[in-house]
Design a protein around this ligand. Structure first.
Ligand code: PGA
Length: 237
């Protein structure tokens, strides 16, 4: 659950008032029930709407699920897919993540695909194969038709823990991900993917992390709940 303190209207108002650099796109990803309110607040502002998850199914009887088509109708441009909390706690296997990606791309939404290693994997030197495996697992014909995919490198041990990855770790992982996309997906897809970092991004570490060559943006969790912190991260980009 994640709602900004002080309410959505005030939060979005603060972001709208200050996040004006046209070179940096801001997207807000509220929980499903608040998409409608946020979309009304950001109308014509240049700020984009994102969802935190979506159904793997395009249609059919799937009580409680929210399809990519519904998200498009709500005004979403982006949908997060494969967040580590979904993978670890809600059964989002690689196959389900692949199907969700397919559903999102089929609706012309831009997926924000999260990949990253657990702490034990990093400690045993398995980060590169883990990232490659997560990329390979979501390969599909539909994936290759995507015009834009955002890939968020989110080490699981860095999410919500206050322990961000170092710039060296991020630089190395970004390199591996870029190579993985070209090798496991295609050269052309390499041109159509943008890399983000996520995991305990704060105003204090944002400019260091943003200085990593292949980092083109952030997926911000905890710090984004405070508009002032999100704006400070925005300024650090
Ligand atoms: P965090 O969350 O910024 O609080 O670590 C990131 C995320 O949930 O993707």
């Amino acid at each position: 659950m994640n709602l900004p303190s002080g309410g959505i209207r005030r939060y979005v108002g603060e972001i709208l008032a200050e996040a004006k650099d046209p070179r940096i796109e801001v997207a807000i990803a509220p929980p499903f029930p608040f998409l409608d309110q946020v979309t009304a607040e950001i109308r014509d502002s240049g700020i984009a709407l994102a969802a935190q998850n979506c159904s793997a199914f395009a249609e059919g009887a799937h009580t409680g699920e929210v399809s990519a088509g519904m998200l498009r109708t709500m005004g979403c441009r982006y949908t997060i897919v494969g967040h580590s909390e979904r993978r670890a706690r809600y059964g989002d296997t690689d196959t389900i993540v692949r199907d969700k990606l397919t559903a999102v791309i089929s609706e012309q939404l831009v997926p924000v695909l999260c990949i990253g290693e657990e702490e034990s994997v990093r400690l045993s030197g398995g980060t590169r194969p883990k990232l490659a495996q997560q990329l390979e697992a979501v390969r599909s014909e539909r994936l290759m038709t995507a015009e834009l995919i955002l890939i968020a490198y989110e080490p699981v041990w860095a999410i919500g823990t206050g322990k961000n990855a170092t710039t060296e770790m991020v630089a190395e992982a970004m390199q591996w991900i870029g190579e993985g996309i070209r090798k496991l997906w295609s050269e052309a897809m390499g041109e159509r993917c943008r890399l983000l970092y996520g995991g305990s991004v704060t105003p204090d570490n944002a400019s260091d992390l943003a200085s990593v060559l292949l980092v083109e943006g952030f997926l911000v969790g905890g710090a984004s709940l405070d508009a002032r912190k999100l704006l400070a991260i925005h300024r650090a980009m």
